[in-house]
Structures are given as structure tokens and as C-alpha cells.
Design a protein. Structure first.
Length: 557
């Protein structure tokens, strides 16, 4: 190991030139037979120039190599120039004044031991910066700014509480590598004005870890209307709660944003860009008050396993699947959730979902599994826009805790079928509130669909619309108040899904007054008086009283 001091003012640093290298500050040159190697320290100081004049050190031919790179005590402006790269095996220290950089090559930090420091002192790296040393460890002594890509290939990078600002950040490999935030942050400044850009490129999280609170900010808007800014942290395979990061995209612009992989908190406040369809895992909060969403079949998975409440704030219409799947996780809406009728299928697989009394519209809602889960709907209306005779709003009572008695489950049928299969295992205090149909042109609402128990407080319809209710419960579909009624020319049908096999419809007490019904294969049970006026008895019914006249004509909704 030797110390190399630059002398003689302007000159070229390459693989053969030794004219400008001395073994002492301001000493005679050449003092060495060869330029600096990876074991040698280089120094630029007040004696590196002629007098106090400005001077330029041009890196040429091949990458400049050194151990420690130290610039200090200058009395004239030094410019580090050239087009080749700079390989540093030790520390880097640049001064805040009398130093400029114009070289356009890659700066690569290649240490294979820890304890290295980087001190740019406000000077911007103009090209790629790479950290690539097996076993290497670097710590920022002040902020590092780069107008291109920073890549972590091997080793450990400690932000030291400072900001690493770069056009993009990459770590696309499976080597052992660590990012220590330690109170620092990464600012991604890329704008995608010249084409599609992957601004956060960690598709493989194998071998990657980080410490501290991860903070990745995207402060700039993009002006490329047809371009996409991509943030990839784990790819379609995702990652885990331990290596997911916090991502905050604070500005949008005309371009789209692709976000895939695993994230803790995903904050899109201020981002007006369209978010493209992609698979993503979120272990914390989702805050999206300003952006739009591309319709698609890729799922956004909420996978927190912590009882700490996670919040969801989606302002604009989404049409993609959402799954709540973290065992022990807890999620709460912060505003109404508006989904499309094609792909917006909501699944509660595990954990606790709380609508926080906000309304929900979605293609389907499903909690039909035996995992431990809690469904809290409060006074929310859940509008089901799609489904079949077995899908729509369906669930299993097994290991399910409810708070839904004041809720409304509303179905928009059109000419197709939907299914309502939910309840509380017979517990009146936790049964669903009102189950109703908002619109129909001849479609069917299947009740129960084989469930041993399905319950709601009120079963009703919008007057004047014709649709068919199919009770397929093997025990009974139970209501507190049966409020179905048709009108002249718009009959409401109650039938079994199997011709000749009667199904049970149960109300414990009171008097049912139904008008203009078509009833077939229905056992009306439970203690209530079941009266059907101006209705058609299509056969195989018990418990119903078919009466002429108008009865007590009731109007619902």
C-alpha cells in the first residue's frame, strides 16, 4: 500500500501515466513506476496545482483505480473529468468547495471489508454508482446525489441518516446485500420523460435485507404521457413482511405507474398518475386519494399479520381483486370503497375487516372459508354488482365473528343471477341487516345455496321489479321481517332451485303480508303467519295462506 499525491496541475490519470504522481504532497514526480492500484491511496490537495490556478484531472483509457480517494485543502478549483469509470476500494471524500466533477463514467465502490465511508459533500455523481464488493460495507457521511442509477450488487450500504437521491435504484440479483436506512431515506427522482423507466428495480428479494425504517420517496412528476414508471420490489412472487418497504409516490404527471411486489405502507398522496394492473402485496396501509386505477385481474393482497390496525383509503373506482389474507391482521376503511363490476372481487380469507360504516360496491364479496376471521360492516351498504348462482355475497359461519346486524347487502341483478349466502350460525344478534335487490330484469337471487344457515333481519325488494328468489338452504333461510312484495304486472317469485324439492323459509313471529307473488316449493315455517295476496300457488308449498283481494298493501323502498 502506498500514498499517491497528485502534483503538476492538469494531467491525465490512466494506466501508464505516472508523471503527476508523487509520494509526498508537492513532492517530485514521477515517484512511482506504475499508476495507483486498488491498494493505494490517492490525495489531491493545495499542492496538486501550479500556484493557485484551476486544474483538471482527466481519467482516460481505462478505469481509474485506488483505495481511498481524498480531495482536501484545495486552493484552486479542481475538475475531475473524463469518460471512463472510477473504481474505489476504500473511502471517498470530496470537499464542498473548489471541486467539480464532469466525468461521465461509472463510479464503483469495490471494498470487500466493512467500515468504508462516502462523503460527497454536496457534489453530484453524474453517472451510475455501483456498490459491488462481497463483504464490503459503506456508510454515507453526508447526502449522496446521483443523476443516474444507484445499484447495490454486493455488500452493505448504510445511509447513515442521510438522503440517497438518484434517478433510479436497482438491486436485481440474489447476492447477499443489505440496505441500512438508520433514519435516512432514498429519493427517486426519475421522471420517465424519455420512455418507460424502472425506477425501483428489485424483482428478486433473495439475499436482500434492510434495517431501520424504510423510506423511499418519489417527489417528481412525470411528463411522458405514454410512458410508465415501474416500481418493482419482489416481482410477482412478492416477498415477506420483513423485506417489504415503505413507498411514497408524491407526484404523478401524465405517465402511468406500475407498482408490483411487496410494500409496507404504500402512499400515493399527490400521485395523479394511473396505476396499472399488477400483483402487489401490502403489509401496512394503502393511501390512494388522488390516482386512478387500471382494470385488471391481478390481485392486491393485504397480508399484515399484526393486530395493529391497517387503514385503506382508495378514492377512485378500482376494478381488480382485493384479498385480505394475513392471519391476525386487521384492516379498516377510511372512505367508501368503489369497485367495478368485472374484476373487483373482495375476499376475506383471514384477519379482521372493518368497513368503518363506509359503503362498498364490488363485483363479489367472499368469506367462504374456515379460517379465523372477523367481518365488521356496521351501517354500511355493500352493493354486489356481479356473481352467479353460487357467487355474489357468500360466506362461511365457521370461525367467523360478525358485526353486521345494521348492514345492508344490496344486489344489482340485471338479467343474471347472484347468490346471498351468509349468516351467523343462528345468532339473531349478529345476523345481517337488510338483504335487498336494487334492480332486476328477470334475474335470480339465490338464497343460501346449500348453506345450513343463512340469516338476515329484513328480506326486501324494490317495488315494481320482477326477480326470482331461490331458497337452497338445507336448513332454512331465516329472516326477522319478510318484506318481499310485488305489484300487478310485476310478480315476485319464490321457488326452489330443485323442482319438487321444497326449501324452508323461516320467520319466527309476526304476520307476513306479500302481494303479487309466484310461489313454488316453499315451506313457510317459524311461527309467523304467511299471507300471500293476489298470488299464484305453483305447487308443493306449505305454511302459506293464498288469499284473494289486496291484503294490506305495503310499499317498501
Amino acid at each position: 500500500m502506498a500514498d499517491y499525491y497528485w502534483v503538476g496541475g492538469s494531467g491525465t490519470w490512466n494506466n501508464i501515466n505516472v508523471v503527476n504522481w508523487s509520494n509526498t504532497s508537492g513532492g517530485a514526480a514521477p515517484a512511482y513506476a506504475n499508476p495507483p492500484s486498488s491498494a493505494d491511496n490517492v490525495f489531491f490537495d493545495a499542492n496538486s496545482n501550479s500556484g493557485t490556478g484551476a486544474f483538471t484531472v482527466t481519467m482516460a483509457s481505462v478505469n481509474a483505480i485506488c483505495n481511498n480517494f481524498t480531495v482536501s485543502g484545495l486552493d484552486g478549483t479542481m475538475t475531475l473529468a473524463g469518460t471512463v469509470g472510477l473504481d474505489i476500494y476504500g473511502n471517498l471524500s470530496w470537499p464542498a468547495t473548489l471541486f467539480t466533477r464532469s466525468y461521465t463514467g461509472t463510479t464503483t465502490f469495490r471494498a470487500t471489508t466493512t467500515g468504508k465511508t462516502i462523503s460527497p459533500n454536496g457534489k453530484t455523481f453524474g453517472a451510475n454508482v455501483i456498490f459491488d464488493g462481497v463483504g464490503g460495507g459503506w456508510t454515507l457521511s453526508n447526502a449522496l446525489t446521483n443523476s443516474s442509477t444507484v445499484t447495490l450488487t454486493n455488500g452493505s450500504l448504510d445511509l447513515g441518516g442521510f438522503t440517497l437521491s438518484c434517478f433510479s435504484f436497482a438491486s436485481n440479483n440474489s447476492n447477499t446485500r443489505t440496505l441500512a436506512f438508520n433514519g435516512g431515506s432514498i429519493s427517486i427522482t426519475g421522471t420517465s420523460t424519455a420512455g418507460n423507466q424502472t425506477l425501483w428495480n428489485l424483482p428478486t428479494l433473495t439475499g436482500f435485507s434492510y434495517t431501520g425504517t424504510s423510506t423511499v420517496n418519489v417527489p417528481n412528476a412525470s411528463t411522458g404521457a405514454s410512458f410508465t414508471r415501474t416500481f418493482n420490489h419482489g416481482g410477482t412472487a412478492g416477498g415477506s413482511e420483513t423485506n417489504a418497504i415503505n413507498l411514497s409516490i408524491q407526484a404523478g404527471g401524465a405517465s402511468s405507474v406500475a407498482i408490483l411486489g411487496s410494500y409496507l405502507n404504500l402512499n400515493l398522496t399527490g400521485c395523479t398518475s394511473n396505476v396499472t394492473n399488477a400483483t402487489r402485496n401490502i403489509y401496512g396501509n394503502l393511501t390512494a386519494p388522488d390516482n386512478t386505477w387500471t382494470s385488471g385481474t391481478s390481485t392486491t393482497n393485504f397480508l399484515s399479520t399484526s393486530a395493529t390496525l391497517r387503514t385503506i383509503n382508495i378514492a377512485n373506482t378500482f376494478d381488480y381483486p382485493i384479498l385480505f389474507g394475513g392471519s391476525g391482521g386487521s384492516w379498516q376503511l377510511q372512505r367508501a370503497l368503489s369497485g367495478g363490476n368485472t374484476n373487483a372481487n373482495i375476499t376475506l380469507l383471514r384477519g379482521s375487516f372493518d368497513s368503518n360504516n363506509y359503503n362498498i360496491s364490488c363485483a363479489t364479496f367472499d368469506y367462504n372459508n374456515t379460517n379465523t376471521k372477523t367481518l365488521i360492516l356496521g351501517t354500511s351498504t355493500v352493493t354486489i354488482l356481479s356473481g352467479t348462482s353460487t357467487t355474489g355475497f357468500v360466506g362461511s359461519n365457521t370461525n367467523t365473528t360478525y358485526n353486521v346486524i345494521n348492514s345492508t347487502i344490496e344486489f344489482s341483478l340485471g338479467v343474471t343471477s347472484r347468490c346471498f349466502s351468509g349468516g351467523s350460525g343462528g345468532t339473531d344478534g349478529n345476523q345481517f341487516g337488510t338483504v335487498t335487490v336494487a334492480a332486476s330484469s328477470g334475474g335470480s337471487l339465490y338464497l343460501g345455496n346449500g348453506a345450513t344457515t343463512a340469516r338476515c333481519t329484513t328480506l326486501s325488494n324494490t317495488a315494481g321489479l320482477t326477480f326470482t328468489l331461490v331458497n337452497a338452504c338445507t336448513a332454512a333461510f331465516t329472516v326477522t321481517t319478510f318484506a318481499m312484495t310485488g305489484q300487478s304486472g310485476s310478480t315476485v317469485s319464490i321457488i326452489s332451485n330443485s323442482l319438487g324439492t321444497a326449501r324452508n323459509l323461516k320467520q319466527a313471529s309476526g304476520t307476513v303480508v306479500a302481494n303479487f307473488m309466484n310461489i313454488r316449493d316453499s315451506n313457510a315455517i317459524g311461527g309467523a303467519s304467511w299471507n300471500a295476496y293476489n298470488s299464484v300457488n305453483s305447487g308443493n308449498n306449505t305454511g302459506w295462506k293464498f288469499l284473494g283481494g289486496t291484503g294490506n298493501f305495503l310499499t317498501f323502498f
